[in-house]
Ligand binder design. Structure first.
Ligand code: AMP
Ligand code: TRP
Length: 324
């Protein structure tokens, strides 16, 4: 089986965008690849964070992923800082990565604007560490949301640069997009994102989720109940596609276009379906919350397995680089 790698930052509560854009896809891919999933804590420190909260965020992110279906019997789940070779390989890859490519990264430009008082070198070389994550395991498939596609293109470029200079060590990793590669936030404008505060979290209470959906922005041209709407430009409809049946989608699509249903009815159905989908995940999260040691053990075991692969890759890297 081919190796697949993906990561998620422990930078806040995991939201519906992460779930539809990435995690649900990760679960579906468990039987098709040798899957390695990573809580990328070293990536999360490239923006300001609360030191007191870091560990609970790491455990929290791992818990949500396991509860959502990342069965530790079927994949490796670990955290990045437990395997030192990630930063080691990142250093090596820095030396084959053109500055100009990093300067073009949209996420770097966006985050530099958002965090203008802390534009650090780690934020700049973030995609190099991401390339190291993937390449360390010679992963060939990387399931992500569409915001990470540019980083993956750079990863492939870094792979080619390394292979050209030192020999064919690494395969070129291909992105795998889910059916919902980009979920917008409640504002209906920017990407749903932990740092923008426009999220529905997987651990929000049912009441809060209904409340958030009730205020979520829909097709802005549909000002009154009797105006027809356009589901193609409505973020709520994008979310429906992640949670509703084909029949329900048809009902919403036709009802919205003909104004026979209003946004309230559309939102109510979405809330019902979303809550039904995530209720079992929330139950499992509550179970795991009682056993934080178990989650830590799963991460430790994952790191142990990863170190074996990582050491082998670094040995090969040192060999081709003339260090041995
Ligand atoms: P992050 O929270 O930035 O670590 O992202 C973890 C995964 O979720 C990545 O694969 C992202 O591409 C994906 N993701 C994050 N936000 C969204 C979104 N709003 N829509 C779809 N996918 C997303
Ligand atoms: N940068 C990714 C994000 O913010 C997280 C990530 C880190 C990642 N390393 C990775 C994703 C390797 C895929 C593969 O979403």
């Amino acid at each position: 089986m081919k190796t697949l790698f993906s990561g998620i930052q422990p930078s806040g509560d995991i939201h519906i965008g992460n779930y539809l854009g990435a995690i649900r896809n990760w679960v579906r891919l468990l039987d098709k690849y040798q899957c390695i999933y990573c809580i990328v804590d070293y990536h999360a420190i490239t923006i300001e964070y609360d030191v007191q909260e870091m560990l609970s965020r790491i455990i929290g992110a791992a818990t949500v992923n396991i509860a959502a279906g990342l069965d530790p019997e079927k994949c490796i789940l670990f955290r990045q800082s437990d395997v030192v070779q990630h930063t080691e390989l990142a250093w090596v890859l820095n030396t084959v990565t053109p500055m100009g490519d990093l300067e073009r990264m949209t996420q770097f430009k966006d985050k530099s604007r958002q965090h203008a008082s802390n534009v650090n070198a780690g934020l700049f070389t973030y995609p190099v560490l991401m390339a190291a994550d993937i390449m360390l395991y010679k992963a060939e498939a990387v399931p992500v949301g569409d915001d990470q596609i540019q980083h993956l293109e750079l990863c492939r470029e870094i792979t080619r640069k390394f292979n050209n200079r030192f020999g064919e060590v690494f395969p070129e990793a291909q992105p795998l997009l889910s059916e919902s590669p980009r979920i917008l936030g409640l504002d209906g404008k920017s990407k749903m994102s932990k740092s923008l505060g426009n999220t529905i979290s997987l651990v929000d209470s049912p009441e809060l989720i209904r409340e958030k959906l009730a205020t979520a922005v829909t097709d802005e041209n549909r000002k009154r109940r009797k105006d027809p709407g356009n589901p193609d430009v409505c973020n709520l409809f994008t979310m429906h596609k992640g949670f509703s049946t084909a029949e329900q989608l048809k009902w919403v699509d036709e009802g919205c276009r003909s104004a026979s249903i209003g946004c309230l009815e559309c939102k109510k159905l979405l809330a019902d379906n979303m809550l039904a989908d995530i209720a079992p995940i929330q139950e499992r999260i509550a179970e795991f919350a009682k056993k934080p040691d178990l989650v830590r053990q799963i991460l430790d075991e994952g790191a142990r397995k990863c170190r074996v692969i990582a050491e082998k890759t670094m040995d090969e890297v040192h060999g081709v680089m003339g260090f041995k």
